[in-house]
Design a binder for this molecule. Sequence first.
Ligand code: NAD
Ligand code: UGA
Length: 457
Amino acid sequence: MNFKKNILCIGAGYVGGPTMAVIAYKCPQFRVTIADINPARIAEWNSDELPLYEPGLDEIIRATRGKNLFFTTDIQRGIRDNDIIFVSVNTPTKMFGAGAGMAADLQYWEKTARQILQYSESSKIVIEKSTLPVKTAQAMENILRNAHSFTFEVLSNPEFLAEGTAIKDMENPDRILIGSRETASGLKAREELVEIYANWIPREKIITSNIWSSELSKIVSNAFLAQRISSINAISALCEKTDADIIEVARAVGMDSRIGGKYLNSSVGFGGSCFKKDILNLVYLCRHYGLKEVADYWEGVVKINQYQQERFTLNMLTAMFNTLADKKICLFGVSFKANTSDTRESPAIFIAKKLLEEKAEIIITDPQALRNARADLAGMEGRVSFIDDPYKAAAGCHAIAVMTEWDLYRDLDYQKIYDTMIKPASLFDGRNIIDHRRCHNIGFNVYPIGKPALTHF
Ligand code: NAD
Ligand code: UGA
């Protein structure tokens, strides 16, 4: 079959996989190839057991794979045969040298740029989909400028999907952002990308900007979202001191239409691979440009998040008579949020490690994320176990701590669970999703976030 466009995505991760699958699904006239250096990951994408859990993804992959969606490790051929290349490789926090613990580690990004230069045999549009520090496109252009007989146009098209709703977010996004150079060739490339998205997204939702605004907007969006969570979590600490209720406060505040009610769920802290890394990157950039006060302001968002996770662990220790040694604690959920198997930067992993330091025994249950959690906690076997069934996981424990807001944990039979636990049985709700009053009546000592504890002491 002759396809209208041939599109390549380099990087078959949480972003590359779902975003490109949706493009292939919505645009059967395009041939979409996703390439990755990790052969195990590509083998999983080509199997019935996809490398990540994302609602709706299986169906879309089944409808497109082998028809107009292909997964490969042959990056050289992918680059040669495609004229539109999305780059969606990882950009984690740099852990060495200058900027360690703050700056973005751009080594995967730069290697990709060099691969594109090395294997290209014609002009191409190269699209930054990874989240990158502002001005990265300039570095990309400087590498690609070394081609002799053809040209590259670099665009920025950051991804705003959230895990757990990735397919919905791609099918019906709030906006698509495309940044380009404002030259004739830049504007032409920009229009070509607009045309791809316009196959299913209304034009008024596709916004364009200069390339630096586009790069910066992505990091700022994440910083604003995380800032709201840290704001409400900071107030949750005050609620616990004053008998105010964080859910009532969030409702009252959020009903002001100027503030809005989203992202005001107080929690054990935000996780995920991006919020922390992107804010730290923003902090680093601000320091680099001499904007100390701005950097300190944003760093506060990360510090409060750390504080919230430490506070939660300390509350557990205090509530359980200041010793956790040899106590069995069951964690309900280990993914960083519901509806994903991703455990990157999950508060549950941080808290599990803290509880292990206190010599507790940990039992982890989760409907999708146990495989990743096993890898995260490798070497700690003996003190940590993994059990699919939440009833079996909680049996014989001194406490349950709800880490992830999976719907499943709202509707369990807590009387049945209580009956199998060691007394006094404690329930720490790090997501405020359980019926606290009911569980207290059953006999639990209940410790929500940002609300008075309900105890029998
Ligand atoms: P990921 O780690 O899941 O996937 C990245 C993939 O790139 C890996 O499979 C890796 O093997 C591959 N890769 C690295 N170097 C390569 C190379 N030279 N050639 C081919 N493949 C290579 O990461 P992710 O979560 O998909 O994130 C990717 C980017 O998207 C990051 O910049 C992230 O900040 C951004 N982002 C992520 C999300 C999210 O929800 N995870 C949302 C929006 C934006
Ligand atoms: C986030 C953004 O929402 C996406 O727009 C962005 O594309 C993505 O980061 C990225 O760049 O990686 P994601 O991390 O997948 O998406 O998930 P969110 O739903 O934003 O949740 C992040 C964390 O905040 C989770 O741990 C979640 O439980 C927590 N959270 C969220 C709260 O504690 N309270 C809330 O009210 C909302």
